[in-house]
Design a protein. Structure first.
Length: 280
């Protein structure tokens, strides 16, 4: 009985795996730079000395994706603009795992996580977060109601009691779901998925392999047109600011990013970029 879900999941993941393999091969063959030493996050002086800014992001249709022979994405274009203005080369690698991005920042493989991160108290204790970059919120992804008696369909947050929500492992949405359980006075079960990103979870919901997932609204809206069977109208969180992250050992890098973001966000180029990805 498990064969069909596995085949479906394999079909969803093949394009992503191929793209990531190509990106990795191109970067390995095209770069003669030494690999960063693990265990030592860098600050801005070391980055400018080498001339390379190492960046982790997520592969999805908002942040970073391949369209034909072109790499696109809001966070990709924004961090490229920062690197360009600072005379740096950005080496950007997408990772589906939120925990892998955090681990890479801690051990010095990456200097910046250029992906929308919700500023939870737990993350504030372990990371330095930039000035807010985008507004976003967490939404429930489910299949559309088939009939009024559809017992799977969630009509309000109260209906989440005793349900199991799938999230990317380590996602900041976990804390919000736990708090929501306290608010409704009942248990909401959480299943963390380690190897897949939010778009893969959305696909699994759409094709009936799982019933519910939680992800950023911007990502859900970006794929909703291609998956008309999904419903993303139930909010899990309020609309909040999302930021990038650097290591606690990189305060000058944080200042450089914040100074640049404060200026760039007032410019026409930023408004054009934001409209391109967030007002579809």
């Amino acid at each position: 009985m498990e064969t069909r879900p596995k085949l479906r999941l394999f079909r969803y993941l093949v394009p992503v795996v191929i793209v990531l393999a190509i990106l990795f091969s191109v970067r390995q063959c095209g770069s003669k730079q030494k690999k960063p030493l693990l265990g030592h996050p860098r600050d801005y002086a070391a980055i400018t000395k080498e001339g390379i800014l190492r960046v982790a992001t997520e592969y999805n249709s908002t942040s970073f994706y391949v369209d034909g022979d072109t790499i696109s994405g809001f966070h990709y274009e924004l961090i490229e603009a920062f690197a360009r203005d600072k005379g740096l080369k950005a080496e950007i690698m997408p990772f589906m795992s939120f925990e892998e991005r955090l681990k890479g920042l801690a051990d010095g493989r990456f200097d910046v996580i250029a992906f929308g991160i919700l500023a939870t108290s737990e993350l504030k204790d372990s990371l330095l977060l930039t000035t807010p970059i985008v507004l976003n919120k967490q939404v429930l992804v489910q299949r559309k109601e088939t009939e009024e008696s559809d017992s799977l369909y969630i009509r309000s947050q109260l209906d989440l009691a005793q349900r199991t929500l799938h999230v990317v492992k380590g996602s900041p949405s976990i804390l919000r779901i736990r708090n929501l359980g306290n608010e409704i006075g009942d248990t909401i079960y959480i299943k963390e998925i380690e190897k897949y990103g939010p778009e893969q979870l959305i696909s699994l919901v759409a094709h009936g392999d799982i019933d519910y997932a939680v992800c950023d609204e911007s990502i859900a809206r970006a794929v909703a047109d291609s998956l008309p069977q999904i419903d993303i109208n139930t909010a899990i969180s309020f609309t909040q600011f999302y930021s990038w992250a650097v290591s606690k050992q990189s305060p000058i890098l944080l200042d450089s990013l914040n100074t640049w973001l404060d200026r760039f966000q007032q410019e026409k180029e930023y408004r054009k970029l934001y409209k391109k990805y967030y007002t579809r």
